[in-house]
Design a protein around this ligand. Structure first.
Ligand code: CMC
Length: 430
């Protein structure tokens, strides 16, 4: 196989090295292209652009493979917790002994918020979208820990272990307290004896005189959802985090931007959109057949289907699809939306429109149905995705932060506006 690419422009030939990843992925190294030729590459939507080298996550979209630091997602989902997977994604190894104990202790000791944050919560109107609150508060938290968010790269990297654990902890508390604020309920404080997801459910749903005792099957289902979202290589929000980080911005500012990118319905917002879609289908008495016809005619998108990278099953969706039945049985819930989802999946997977475009269920297809079953309000679904994705954002920020000669990310463009014109002042035109 050639290790060089030839580019011919105006009959002149240029040669560029082909670089190969550890799983055999190949890329033309175009770092000198513009300097040599005056041309840039054009790749609207970045579908063919490798924006970085990364050690964190590997995806083979054709084969439906997802691995974090070399471990298959199926294995992690079977044997590990969300926090263990978070540790793996951030530090590169599954946790053992003292280091993990320290990591968990830092998460536990940082669970509660500075009371000053109450004033900030109270400024948000009752109808505020939880993702808007979350992104604003991710940055605000940094203001309470100025030693962790200095924008001095050297100092921010030195404090990374603290900042990473603090963010994993605070994102969960902010999510729970946002719910309470929007419902007009008082704050509930964390319980150090609870697991990560138990504590989240307690902070979200307990009342001062009425403890919500988290059921282990509900805490486990939420843990699985967080774990399956832990990282997903250079998706829109993670690329955003890296982009912001490349300017030298601290971890808090960078993940706040990631939350904003995740909010959109084509990215993390799809889990909400799936439920809205299934509810609409249910309310109109359709079993999914009419909706599929509309999706094929371009009138609607089948939310929770399709992926920029997977041209085969999203392995996370397979895991959740199988888990859904088990979770529903364990918690004793029945939901007609699950039947509609199953029917849509069955019909779409046999339909030439979806087959020829390689459109399969993605992670959002079943995650929303499970979140609904365990009592998470639909407007908080994307917030749940944000909690899950935090390890990936943190790990990708760190990769940028420790590069010795990190360049600011600054793509080029092809200008298609008006040509140069003489500037005629308004008053001269009379
Ligand atoms: N329903 C119906 N048709 C679709 C769908 C869909 N969900 N997704 C893609 N297509 C069609 C699209 O109309 C186009 O058809 P044609 O070639 O006839 O014009 C073709 O498939 C290619 O679509 P595309 O928009 O060019 O594909 P993309 O790779 O740019 O988009 C996507 C990927 C995820 C944005 C898209 O599949 C989509 O909008 N899916 C629904 C939203 C969704 O579920 N998003 C969650 C993604 S997974 C979670 C995450 O990582 O954020």
């Amino acid at each position: 196989m050639s290790n060089e690419a030839k580019v011919i422009i105006d009959e002149k030939e240029y040669r560029y090295p082909i670089i190969v990843g550890t799983e055999g992925e190949r890329a033309i190294d175009a770092m000198n292209l513009r300097k040599d030729t005056g041309c840039i590459t054009y790749d609207d939507g970045y579908g063919n652009t490798g924006s970085c080298k990364s050690d964190v996550t590997f995806i083979d979209g054709e084969l439906g493979i997802l691995r974090h630091r070399g471990y298959p997602i199926e294995q992690l989902a079977e044997n590990s917790s969300f926090l263990e997977t978070a540790y793996l994604v951030i530090y590169g190894e599954l946790p053992t002994g003292d280091d993990y104990a320290k990591f968990r202790a830092r998460i536990n000791s940082n669970a509660n918020m500075h009371e000053g944050m109450k004033n900030i919560f109270s400024a948000f109107p009752p109808g505020a979208h939880p993702m808007a609150v979350l992104s604003a508060l991710m940055n605000t938290v940094g203001c309470y820990y100025p030693e962790l968010a200095t924008n001095d790269r050297h100092k921010d990297v030195q404090m990374f272990d603290w900042a990473a654990a603090l963010l994993l902890s605070k994102v969960r508390t902010i999510a729970a307290l946002t719910y309470r604020h929007l419902k007009g309920k008082p704050w509930v404080y964390s319980r150090p004896n609870y697991r990560y997801t138990e504590n989240f459910l307690h902070m979200m749903f307990s009342d001062p005189y009425n403890d919500y005792v988290p059921r282990s099957e509900i805490a486990d289902a939420l843990d699985l959802i967080f774990l399956l979202h832990a990282d997903h290589e250079q998706n829109c929000s993670t690329s955003t985090v890296r982009m912001v980080a490349s300017s030298g911005a601290n971890l808090f500012a960078s993940v706040a931007a990631g939350v904003c990118a995740l909010w959109g319905p084509l990215h993390g917002g799809a889990n909400m959109a799936v439920i809205r879609m299934l509810e609409d289908i249910h309310n109109t008495g359709d079993d999914g057949t009419c909706f599929i016809e509309n999706a094929k005619n371009g009138k609607q998108r089948l939310m929770g289907f399709g992926h920029r990278v997977y041209r085969n099953f999203d392995p996370r969706s397979r895991i959740l699809g199988k888990a859904a039945e088990r979770i529903f049985d364990k918690i004793g819930v029945q939901d007609p939306l699950l039947d509609i989802a199953r029917r849509i999946e069955e019909v779409a997977l046999k339909d030439d429109y979806f087959i020829s475009r390689k459109l399969y269920p993605n992670v959002d297809f079943y995650s929303g149905i499970i979140l609904r079953a365990i009592g998470i309000p639909v407007e908080f679904f994307t917030v749940m995705f944000s909690i899950g994705r935090m390890p990936g954002w943190i790990a990708n920020w760190y990769e940028i932060a420790i590069q010795p000669r990190q360049k600011i990310h600054r793509p080029r463009q092809i200008y298609t506006g008006k040509n140069a014109r003489d500037y005629v002042q308004m008053d001269q035109r009379g």
